[in-house]
Design a protein around this ligand. Structure first.
Ligand SMILES: Nc1ncnc2c1ncn2[C@@H]1O[C@H](COP(=O)(O)OP(=O)(O)O)[C@@H](O)[C@H]1O
Ligand SMILES: [Mg+2]
Length: 262
């Protein structure tokens, strides 16, 4: 049986003499939301960058749907992986709908440029792309903003647009980097609800890997949580298991004490 989803096996990364990730193994299967948490400097961003192909690991291997996986950032979408960017990363000169269309443009033969410019040869592609993007916007409850410029929308809506763009690529794996950053408590509650439902809202069953500093969000949306401290996995389990794990309290308390005495 092939193993569905993404698996990391004994990943190690060091920058000079500093070990950022040490023997990290984890698995994300379709339909599940897995969260990676840990105090500042624990290695969360490095882990995210390894999966995106920005940082090649010195040790360990990855597999995607059971096959060896060596990510290249520019080919990520083709590999079935979509990610959202911190601060949403939307194109200011495109409408919401066009932004979401860029997410799926690798599926259109004529390419995005001609689709957005409306060149005749790409008419059918463009209509298909446009409809798909509208469907995704509708699923996320923001179809009403399709023609708006992203800059005119509140941050929480722009963030939904970012998610829509990622989902438009029909990913097998969705990577979310600190989605709660910059959001207030109310928006975080709304985001929690959204992320929890993401695997089901995707066109095909999708796995979600969430890297997040914000404990409440992770606790409320994840099926499984991996806790990093100094680049090592110090706990793995359900939110309840992780909440009661003394190693997790140690990691966060240690970091809090460091910050207080720094
Ligand atoms: N490009 C880099 N060069 C040198 N050190 C780095 C680099 N990226 C991260 N680090 C170090 O690796 C460790 C893990 O960092 P990071 O993955 O950013 O942690 P987190 O996202 O959990 O805060 C930190 O000690 C950080 O200073
Ligand atoms: Mg980080």
């Amino acid at each position: 049986m092939t193993e569905q989803g993404l698996a990391l096996h004994h990943i190690g990364v060091s920058f000079g003499g500093l070990t950022a990730l040490d023997d990290v193994s984890l698995r994300v299967t379709p339909g599940r939301v897995v969260g990676v948490i840990g105090p500042n400097g624990a290695g969360k961003t490095t882990l995210f960058n390894v999966v995106c192909g920005f940082v090649p690991p010195q040790t360990g291997t990855m597999t995607l749907d059971g096959r060896p996986f060596r990510p290249r950032p520019h080919r990520l979408t083709r590999s079935g992986i979509a990610r959202t960017l911190q601060g949403t990363g939307l194109f200011a000169g495109l409408t919401v709908l066009e932004n979401v269309m860029t997410g799926a443009s690798h599926t259109a033969r004529a390419g995005l440029a001609s689709a957005v410019l409306g060149l005749p040869r790409s008419d059918r592609d463009e209509r298909r792309l446009r409809q798909h993007a509208l469907d995704v916007l509708d699923t996320l409850g923001i179809a009403g903003h399709a023609d708006a410029a992203p800059g005119t929308l509140p941050f929480a809506v722009r963030q939904r647009v970012g998610l829509a763009r990622a989902l438009a690529a029909r990913p097998r794996l969705l990577l979310l980097d600190e989605p709660a950053g910059g959001l207030g408590a109310e928006d975080i509650a709304e985001l929690s609800e959204l992320v929890r439902e993401l695997p089901r809202r995707a066109v095909d069953p999708c796995a979600v890997l969430l890297v997040e500093h914000h404990m409440d969000l992770v606790m409320s949306v994840c099926d499984e949580i991996v806790v990093l401290d100094f680049g090592r996995v110090v706990a793995t389990g359900t939110p309840d298991e992780v909440r009661d794990d003394p190693a997790v309290a140690d990691a966060y308390l240690g970091a809090a004490v460091d910050e207080a005495t720094a």
